[in-house]
Ligand binder design. Sequence first.
Ligand code: SF4
Ligand code: SF4
Length: 443
Amino acid sequence: MRTLTFPGGIHPPYNKDISLAEPLRTAPLPDRVIIPLSQHIGAPAEVCVEKGAYVEEGQLIGRAKGFISSNVHSSVFGTVKDITDAFHPTLGNVLSVIIERDKEKDPGVYPEKDAEALMPAELIEKVKRAGIVGMGGAAFPTHVKLSVPEGKKINTVIINGAECEPYLTCDHALMTRKTHEILKGIELMIRILEPAKVYLAIEDNKKAPIFAFEKLLKKIKARALARLELVSLKTKYPQGGEKQLIKAIAGKEVPPGKLPLDIGFLVQNVGTVYAVYEAAYMDKPLTERVVTISGDCLNRPGNYLVKIGTTIRDVVERYGLEIYRSPEKIIVGGPMTGFAQPAMDAPIIKGTSGVLFLSEHVAKDFEEHQCIRCAKCIDACPVNLLPTEIMRNVDLENWEKVKELFVEDCIECGACAYICPARIPLVHYIKIGKDKLKKSSEG
Ligand code: SF4
Ligand code: SF4
């Protein structure tokens, strides 16, 4: 098997073992779920239930509105207690459906059915109906990604099992436990897109999933999987970025301002592929996901199957986790690109890969010093930007120069800020630059 990588990048402490010590766990259901109508890129879903209504698990409660949008379903049986603004892990207050769970009802069961005869359009419709979005964090509606515009063709699909953010191991757990189902999901992707080549890309620190796929691929004789190649990637951050994967595997660059689609590529996270399998074979909407709960402040870090809408507080309490050290930061997502939370009120949503409880020792904010022109940020940047120059020109409000420095190509991976010895929050400056340019282009 080939081991590949991209230029640049960094090697932060990965701290993945701490959440891999125990197997994937499912926990008691919460008494109440808070389900935001916006859990995806695009227009929020339009609420289609009323306060006081009884809803079933998997019932549509928010209908996709517009082309780039996604359906939202109830994750439990219960009664709609309220439809109101509630705290969201990344967007502040967002219109949400609050459902009190019916404690008399057991969770739904979704038996596997035959999906072999489904045509590409029917599969995409099932993905759309199930409200599937990119589960690696981007939360872009998957049915839109799979609906390739006329005149374009996907030649290469990359299934992203890199999971390069420190601490996060939800994809690792899923790949080890649901190997067969993920391969069935990959077959569905092949049926929909008919690419010439498919890569399943996993970082080389994930020995168990690589072994599981190698073993199963030797056994399976499915014709569609003949075009699948398992590739191992060097463990390096941000190896799981779409552009970095394409560079590492195919040696191709996505031109500035363009999408992978423009050069015939499509990258899909393994968790999303598993959700596609569930939608096609089980008619199961996206109502739960695997979440890594980790950090150096709590006992029993691990991977948990969590109902969408369960609050962070309920995850901790229901799963019997003990926070034995006061966290300096609670982060939703990974430590490099995640969102710090003011409290534990936010719900788990479709794009929540992890919740981290990090002590001062790990997540301390450092004092910013003057740039020492060491160029470490430039070496680390995976998209060949000059972060230090961008920072200097943002400071000078020289927006024309900021544009010339291709700030809009920054993927906000945080590698530059992480490596900077002067502790300059480079991503903060970059976001200001991007924001300014976006506003001026909108007039
Ligand atoms: S400039 Fe952007 S893409 Fe480059 S390292 Fe910094 S955050 Fe990542
Ligand atoms: S890494 Fe920090 S100190 Fe070094 S050049 Fe970049 S901004 Fe300056």
